[in-house]
Design a protein around this ligand. Structure first.
Ligand SMILES: NC(=O)C1=CN([C@@H]2O[C@H](COP(=O)(O)OP(=O)(O)OC[C@H]3O[C@@H](n4cnc5c(N)ncnc54)[C@H](OP(=O)(O)O)[C@@H]3O)[C@@H](O)[C@H]2O)C=CC1
Ligand SMILES: O=C(O)C1=N[C@H](C(=O)O)C[C@H](O)C1
Length: 241
């Protein structure tokens, strides 16, 4: 354990996840906010975020000025890749919450961080229930013949398929194709079903995030524990089981 609070930069601080994480980290023991990265720092944004930490619009300026211990990224598929490249280059431990990166991005982050034994976590889903859903799907995949995934999200989600569905398919480790179906509708938050088919039976494993609070215990766990790692791990489950 470090004696001083772990200083976390939060990228995407005005977003649905980012604004919830700002509140959670500001109130968390052992963590402090090192700086907040936003897309556009207008008056309203500054007014709402000023009391939590210094607000930046340029990631490199935040890095050079604040030297955070951890970079928590909750931005978008377009910006997360550049941010994580910059963080790793500056020896800042990444916690990748945003989704929409490629397998090649993951491989590059792991390889670059390995050169400096830098710890990091790529977390397509921070919710404990979602991690359990993936674990149970992995177990069911050993016994059932076929499976398909339905992921359902709010209509504003930018990436498709979701990071969680891709991670689930990866974790199941089967040698047949697992189709992923994406639903985007108002009223939804974040939901997933893994449906297995066998002879005369089906098994459905479903998880529902009903609010973004569901992700916060996982966000705090990742920010606290990433400083103990010396490699970049894909999936928060690596800290749990
Ligand atoms: N790992 C997990 O458990 C979870 C992951 N997610 C992922 O987190 C990400 C964010 O989701 P959500 O909060 O719903 O999305 P939002 O659109 O609400 O938030 C994204 C935020 O990023 C900001 N942003 C965009 N580009 C930049 C940039 N270049 N620099 C700084 N900030 C930027 C946006 O600002 P502006 O609006 O001004 O453009 C916005 O505030 C998504 O990738 C989503 O898939 C979501 C939930 C759970
Ligand atoms: O955009 C979201 O909302 C979510 N994104 C993540 C994903 O792509 O899997 C995690 C969760 O499903 C919510």
């Amino acid at each position: 354990m470090t004696e001083h609070p772990i200083r976390v930069a939060i990228a995407g601080a005005t977003g649905r996840m980012g604004s919830t994480a700002v509140q959670a980290i500001a109130n968390a023991q052992g963590l402090s906010i090192a700086g907040l990265l936003v897309h556009r720092a207008n008056e309203g944004v500054l007014e709402s975020l000023d009391r939590f930490g210094q607000v930046y619009v340029d990631p490199q300026t935040l890095i050079d000025t604040e030297h955070p211990d951890v970079w928590l990224d909750l931005t978008t598929p377009k910006s997360v890749v550049r941010h994580i490249d910059l963080a790793i280059a500056a020896n800042i431990r990444p916690v990748v919450g945003a989704t929409g990166y490629s397998d090649a991005d993951i491989a590059r982050w792991q390889a670059e961080a390995a050169k400096a034994s830098l710890g990091g976590l790529i977390c397509p889903n921070f919710a404990i229930g979602a991690l359990l859903m993936m674990r149970f799907a992995k177990e069911a995949a050993r016994w059932m013949e076929r499976a398909e995934i339905i992921e359902l999200h709010h209509a504003q989600k930018l990436d498709m398929p979701s990071g969680t569905s891709l991670r689930t398919r990866d974790a199941m480790g089967v040698d047949y194709d697992v189709p992923i179906h994406s639903v985007r509708l108002p009223g939804l938050v974040a939901h997933q079903e893994v449906i297995f088919g066998g002879v005369g039976e089906t098994l459905t494993i479903r998880h529902d995030s009903l609010s973004r609070e569901s992700f916060m215990p996982g966000v705090l766990l990742a920010c606290r524990r990433v400083v103990e790692l010396n490699q970049v791990l894909y999936g928060l489950e690596h800290l749990l089981w």
